[in-house]
Design a protein around this ligand. Structure first.
Ligand SMILES: Cc1cc2nc3c(=O)[nH]c(=O)nc-3n(C[C@H](O)[C@H](O)[C@H](O)COP(=O)(O)OP(=O)(O)OC[C@H]3O[C@@H](n4cnc5c(N)ncnc54)[C@H](O)[C@@H]3O)c2cc1C
Ligand code: FES
Length: 346
């Protein structure tokens, strides 16, 4: 039976259809709730149940702990209503006018930029408009019905071209295909833009970006847009990687620093090789940020990359450096789940 959903404190209400999760219903109605993976893995969509009965779905314990469940929390990307419900959630402004669509795209170029990252450039159909916010992601819709998520590394309007940074995950179906079989001019199907990882422009707080490996991709888009728009907020990019070759666009980040006095680039290597002759920062990237900032209460942090890094950053910045939880924005790169588990939004 359809259920009535009320979102507090905004007071928005809508009717949830039988097959829909709370997130799907809210997005269909144009109400922006925060989300990332849409599969119960990243925790970005976590919110509070105030009243009503729900089915929490099949979530990962790392995204929703037993303490969370006991405290009445739920992952709205999986939660289905069994009665009318009232929930508490932060609303995201800015995504209302972004239309999620399925489109064919043509592969323009596949550049192997280092040993395990390929930069993929995709051409959109000339007749189609694809508006997105830098930092959002797309899903590749694979012929077998599975889908794979990858972040947009470009900004809208770049010759109708989308840029993606694909890491070659050992045993990964899609990334192996990109590295071993994919040819220019191949037509792929995508759905997007998705997610709520983008710059909150209604703030003047200084920004810390924390990227791990290909977590640089969406952050690249956000920074390029911010610099092009003349954003004057101080911005620091910490980009963590294992060795020097893993910082696959370090020169680009260095060029931003050279051209913009409000932008700083701090590369951090966790396992530099002797031949790297690395004179810079070492260790884990979130620890470098902790070492540099004793108080993050006046900052915004944007983090993207391996879930373990994002999680460590969120916990330590909020618990030991006073970062307000609502000022931590992230897209953890969780392993994709099959389309059968992640129902498409809209
Ligand atoms: C919102 C979002 C945005 C993303 N953006 C990017 C991006 O811009 N660039 C990028 O490189 N990745 C990104 N990812 C991660 C990517 O979608 C997943 O890693 C995906 O599973 C890779 O697909 P695959 O078919 O190559 O591997 P799969 O077939 O899904 O995985 C098979 C095996 O590969 C290994 N593997 C796959 N992914 C990972 C991982 N993330 N960490 C560790 N081991 C893994 C595991 O052993 C896994 O069992 C993003 C994920 C999300 C949720
Ligand atoms: S856990 Fe719901 S969006 Fe990732």
């Amino acid at each position: 039976m359809p259920a009535n959903v009320t979102i507090q404190p905004s007071g928005h209400t809508f009717v949830l259809q039988d097959h829909e999760t709370l997130l799907e219903g809210a997005l269909r109605e144009g109400y922006g709730l925060p989300y990332g993976c849409r599969s119960g893995a990243c925790g970005t969509c976590k919110g509070q149940l105030v009243s009503g009965r729900v089915d929490l779905g099949e979530y990962q314990a790392s995204a929703l702990t037993s303490e969370d469940v006991a405290a009445g929390k739920a992952l709205f990307c999986l939660t289905r209503a069994l009665s009318d419900v009232v929930v508490e959630a932060r609303m995201v402004v800015g995504v209302k006018d972004v239309v999620v669509r399925k489109l064919p795209v043509r592969v323009e170029a596949i550049d192997r930029i280092n040993h395990d990252v390929a930069v993929l450039r995709l051409k959109l159909p000339a007749t189609e408009k694809f508006n997105f916010l830098p930092g959002q992601y797309i899903d590749f819709l694979m012929p077998d019905g599975k889908r794979r998520s990858f972040s947009l590394a470009s900004v809208p309007g770049e010759n109708a071209m989308l840029e993606l940074h694909i890491r070659h995950y050992p045993g990964g179906n899609f990334s192996r295909y990109v590295f071993e079989e994919l040819k220019p001019r191949t037509i792929l199907r995508i759905e997007g833009p998705l997610g709520t990882f983008f710059l909150r422009e209604d703030s003047d707080k200084p920004i810390i970006f924390m990227a791990g490996a290909t977590g640089f991709a969406p952050i690249k888009g956000i920074i390029e847009q911010a610099l092009a728009q003349g954003v004057t907020r101080p911005m620091v990019l910490y980009w963590g990687a294992r060795t020097l070759r893993d910082l696959y666009m370090a020169e680009l980040a260095g060029s931003w620093q050279a051209a913009h006095s409000n932008f700083t680039f701090i590369p951090v290597l966790s396992e530099p090789l002797p031949e790297d002759h690395w004179p810079g920062r070492t260790g884990l990237v979130h620890e470098a940020i902790l070492a540099d900032f004793s108080d993050l209460s006046g900052y915004q942090v944007y983090a993207c990359g391996a879930p373990v890094m994002v999680d460590a950053g969120q916990r330590s910045f909020t618990q030991t450096r006073g970062l307000p939880i609502e000022e931590f924005y992230s897209d953890p790169f969780t392993v994709s789940v099959d389309a059968s588990k992640a129902a498409p939004v809209a």
